[in-house]
Design a protein around this ligand. Structure first.
Ligand SMILES: Nc1ncnc2c1ncn2[C@@H]1O[C@H](COP(=O)(O)OP(=O)(O)OP(=O)(O)O)[C@@H](O)[C@H]1O
Length: 302
């Protein structure tokens, strides 16, 4: 598969702070890719370098083979970035904003695509509204449309759903998934891990300017977090021998760490020997949030 974005040894300092400590990874063409990390991990800095808004101190970034510094114009055409912050000209209407952006890319007759964007993002009846009159969520929809106006093959969304309502989330994800289905590469940063879990097929995690995980979603989930066994017992007492497996107790339910199926057999045998009956049993699969905490926590103690 071809490479959509290549980050090679990207370093960036802000004074004493090393915001990016030599970040190396690739996003492949056609992927729906998540870039995750806690506040301050360096995600937005990396995206700003990708969009040519910030210069890396060293290293390089290429979009579909075009270097974002030495071949800025070509790289810029290949990527659409939905920024985290809302920036707009309050005196333009929504349509003018999108026409102006089309002009920036030398696209004069772009109204059919602009209409399609407006319709898909629920902005059809706002085309002639002034930007300053829109609600925050509506402005964010325009930011998304603005990033897509030149039909970029690579689309980067930096926390696009922070503080937006359920309706926009659903409209936005349906549209972005359609574009991904048509071959566009998508990179998403979000703090809503269930969104990343549902949408993305490969995941990178950054922590303090370093890449700490990069894998297919399924492999990451399988390798980083054990399943949990939730048990309700009669009598309601966990035998002492099982205490080391206890990760959480919620009301009358005991959550035990389950490394694999042989552990399950041993746990059940232990309950039998102690004369404890199982009233209810459930195996809980790991979610991306538990993997994320696991990855971030493990690195902290290393
Ligand atoms: N222009 C700047 N001047 C000084 N420090 C900066 C600047 N931009 C970013 N930083 C710092 O660089 C680090 C990385 O910030 P960045 O915004 O890239 O993180 P992030 O992963 O996007 O975080 P968040 O999830 O909060 O958006 C942070 O410590 C931030 O304070």
């Amino acid at each position: 598969m071809n490479v959509a974005i290549r980050f090679s040894s990207v370093k960036k300092r802000f004074g004493e702070l090393e915001a990016l400590k030599g970040v190396d990874f690739e996003v492949r063409e056609g992927e729906f890719f998540a870039l995750l990390g806690p506040n301050g991990a360096g995600k937005t800095t990396l995206i700003s370098i990708l969009g040519g808004l910030t210069r890396a101190d060293s290293g390089s970034v290429q979009v579909l083979g075009s270097d974002v510094q030495s071949d800025y114009r070509a790289a810029r055409r290949k990527v659409g970035i939905v920024p985290q912050e809302l920036t707009f000209d309050p005196f333009f209407t929504v349509r003018e904003t999108l026409q102006f952006q089309s002009g920036y890319f030398g696209m004069r007759r772009n109204d059919a695509w602009i209409d399609e964007l407006l319709a898909h993002l629920g902005l059809g009846n706002k085309a002639n509204a002034n930007m300053r009159s829109l609600s925050g969520g509506m402005k964010r929809r325009v930011m998304v449309a603005q990033a897509l106006v030149h039909k970029p093959p690579v689309i980067v969304l930096d926390e696009p759903t922070a503080g937006v309502d359920v309706e926009l989330r659903q409209t936005l994800w349906a549209f972005i998934q359609r574009l991904n289905g048509e071959g566009h590469t998508i990179v998403l940063t979000t703090h809503y891990l269930e969104e990343a879990e549902t949408l993305c097929n490969r995941i990178a995690m950054l922590k303090q300017g370093e890449l700490v995980a990069l894998d297919d979603k399924a492999a990451l989930m399988a390798s980083h977090s054990a399943r949990t066994l939730a048990l309700k017992l009669s009598p309601d007492v966990l035998p002492a021998a099982l205490q080391p497996f206890l990760v959480m107790q919620r009301e009358d339910s005991y959550h035990l760490k389950l490394d694999d199926c042989t552990t399950l057999e041993a746990l059940l045998a232990c309950l039998r020997e102690a004369g404890v009956t199982v009233r209810d049993i459930e195996i809980l699969k790991p979610d991306l949030e538990s993997v994320f905490l696991d990855v971030m926590g493990r690195k902290r103690t290393a």
